[in-house]
Design a protein around this ligand. Sequence first.
Ligand SMILES: [Zn+2]
Length: 476
Amino acid sequence: MSDFELIAGLEIHAQLMTRTKAFCRCPNRYGDAPNTLVCPVCLGTPGALPVLNREVVAQAARLATALGATINLRSRFDRKNYFYPDLPKGYQISQFDHPFALGGHLVVNVAGVEKRINITRAHIEEDAGKSMHLPDGSTIVDMNRCGVPLVEIVSEPDFRSPAEAGAYLSAMRELLRFIGVCDGNMDEGSLRCDANVSVRKHGEAGLRERCEMKNLNSFRNVERAIEAEMRRQIEIYEQGGEIHRQTLQWNEQEERLIPMRVKEGSDDYRYFPEPDLPELVVAESALADIRSKMPELPESRRLRYRNAYALHVEAVYLLGGDRDLSDYFERLMQRGLQPATAAAWMQSEVQRILNEQEWNITQFPVSSDRLADLVGAVESKRINRATGRDLLRTMLTDTRGVSDLIAESGAQQIQDTDHIRQIISGILSANPGELAKYRAGKTNMVGFFMGQVMQATKGQADPQLAKDLLMELLAQ
Ligand SMILES: [Zn+2]
């Protein structure tokens, strides 16, 4: 076991889902032909003037509110200057010493254990273009992404394991989708993250030098890269070496870190106030409006599902994290289903179908009302659970009412005591050998007789009722 512990923080870049870019009217869209969504403003042609898109501020405010951050009523834009082929302006409009929001937190679940991750700041900035390095060694640049609005969320160095960082990224994606400000598609670059990693001896105060890893674009990469960087630093310290601040890139294919450059301090970016944009002023009344329109958030839903509904932690995390799934579940509650029953159906049958079909709940063809009817029929023992599962499959393509489907399938559960008793009597007299074994003390013959009863009733006998009657007749 190592004497060292991990100290890591994440910077998450979330692309906002606005119709147009941050400072111009070019569409904010993914997948168009390269360099077709550009104008003088997002390319930074001299004389072009940026105008801030109000929707960017509204979405950033929703996110900051959801994180419990404090929104600065006055913030300011700065120019972050650096030279890179995908940044034709030579600077990025960002926020530096007066960011949009400060503080906030997110609760993450790491293998069943919850941890609160604190957030330092969240600021608004624009994206740069995208360089594509071709096999022949040349590089082409697509400027469509120039000026696309981002929120950068910087966490405190609160991560003590790579798994915590992965869980945080996952929880952040879930929240962004929940409040509808970012689609979270990591393979399209809508959500990217940088990790700052250092290590120190257990019990040591203060922080040691850190290194930064850029553009980690999957959960797996975040965890693997942090793991590798942690090992690298520990090894250097154990051999008596020093860590020098630098920026590293994670090579996914080779699973190793490649140094990119010696890290600039913020001085190297030559930040200065963006002269073409006024101070960003947010009205208190606008914030009140945003707060009043916020949906109930995952953290609060989970607390309620646990405390009021007494659901298990797996159900709490599954149902609380996705807004559509959560709303669907709540509609089942409104139809009077027991929380545990509804959650069990959502976790097993519904989830199985969603996984098989690669659907999300909005694509699930069975409405919450119809599912409530079906589950109600199982709960009231009109049909048994196996029949319910089969009928749910039928309902994916058959839109008739649940009662009609039950009637047509002939799957109505047999509740008729006399009828079931008759069947059991018949089975007992047809199997004298088995009956003798039971009487001689082989109590597991009950399973054999139950099997016969269910076979004789094509699975439609109410199992509990049949069992009770069987025991009654066996005792005679
Ligand atoms: Zn533009």
